[in-house]
Design a protein around this ligand. Structure first.
Ligand code: NAD
Length: 308
């Protein structure tokens, strides 16, 4: 579903929006909201991130109190659930009832549900609105939003999500956006590994990566982990493999997502052998000092096994 948004009407409805977490995803998201004509302030604990944001039309500072002043919407894009909870708890002390909180970070289902309860008990609105599409989707405004929350909050958030989203799916009550996101990333973690395994095998059998790409991207093995995030340099010039595996999506974040999947797999008594193998591989890879590399760099761990 998609509706054209009217920046004037939207600004009248939400006179100021505070964006918290101006990293790989948050910066382009906040930038696109500012470009759409909204008054956007920002907060990040890293001054360099604030500086970049100021260059993009965002009134950013390393001071949460200043950033949320006058905001009717607070949008978080942070590395984990504890940070989201801390931020929202502090922001609730500073902002009146009725403020809308949108969290697009990937956090646990339980954290999202607890935040939903905490905010609604105090008269605030909250939706979990995690995303898929990566930095490319964030920059292009084509993110896939999976949203959990009450109808009122979602109706209010919808025109804002629409600025950044290629698709917006209401998945159910608060927490259900995270549920779908975690299921998606369980697939992605496994796919990124198997694409790497398959490309190493093809290489050892003498197949050029470009030939491999031409065939597999047009065959049943095609997937985002190959066509957008190809782990081998060359076939997809913009993939992190061509830029020393700078993220993109950091391995530490993929490990976090697979941990979140592990939690809900255990809670529901669900078996996921491939997913849990992927979790172990990312754990090893991060322990080896690679947490900051894009998760497609997992190919290095797999390639190492040749000598083992
Ligand atoms: P990132 O590490 O690039 O950005 C996070 C930002 O938050 C950093 O700039 C950091 O300085 C800032 N930060 C940390 N603690 C803070 C605090 N207390 N207050 C304010 N700012 C703080 O991470 P990212 O790649 O942008 O990912 C952010 C979230 O989005 C994660 O939950 C991730 O799982 C999710 N996500 C990322 C991608 C992707 O492709 N990178 C895709 C979908 C979802």
């Amino acid at each position: 579903m998609s509706t054209p948004h009217d920046p004037n009407r939207l600004s009248a409805q939400e006179p100021a929006l505070a964006f918290i977490g101006l990293g790989h995803m948050g910066l382009p998201m906040a930038t696109n909201l500012a470009k759409a004509g909204l008054k956007v302030s920002g907060f990040d604990v890293v001054e360099e991130a604030c500086e970049k944001a100021r260059g993009n039309g965002i009134d950013a500072s390393a001071d949460l109190t200043k950033a949320v002043e006058g905001a009717t919407v607070v949008w978080t894009m942070l590395p984990n659930g504890d940070l989201v909870r801390d931020t929202i708890t502090k922001a609730m002390e500073l902002l009146p009832e009725g403020t809308l909180f949108i969290d697009s970070s990937t956090i646990s289902v339980v954290d999202a549900q607890e935040l939903g309860k905490l905010t609604s008990e105090k008269g605030y609105y909250f939706i979990d609105a995690p995303v898929s599409g990566g930095v490319v989707g964030a920059s292009a405004g084509t993110l896939a939003f999976m949203v959990g929350g009450g109808e009122d909050a979602i109706q209010r958030a919808y025109p804002l999500l629409d600025i950044l989203g290629g698709s917006i799916t209401h998945c159910g009550a608060v927490g259900s956006g995270q549920t779908v996101k975690i299921c998606n990333n369980l697939v992605l973690g496994v796919q990124q590994i198997v694409v790497a395994e398959s490309m190493i095998l093809a290489d050892r059998l003498g197949i050029d990566p470009k030939t491999y790409m031409e065939v597999v991207s047009n065959s049943t093995g095609s997937c985002w982990a190959l066509t957008k995030n190809c782990p081998v340099p060359g076939p997809v010039p913009e993939s992190p493999a061509n830029h020393d595996y700078q993220p993109g999506y950091a391995s530490a974040l993929m490990l976090k997502d697979l941990r979140l999947a592990k939690e809900v797999l255990e809670q529901t008594g669900t078996t996921a052998n491939m997913g849990m193998q992927a979790w172990q591989m990312y754990e090893t890879f991060c322990e080896q000092g690679n947490a900051g590399l894009d998760f497609s760099a997992i190919i290095r761990l797999i390639d190492e096994k040749k000598d083992g």
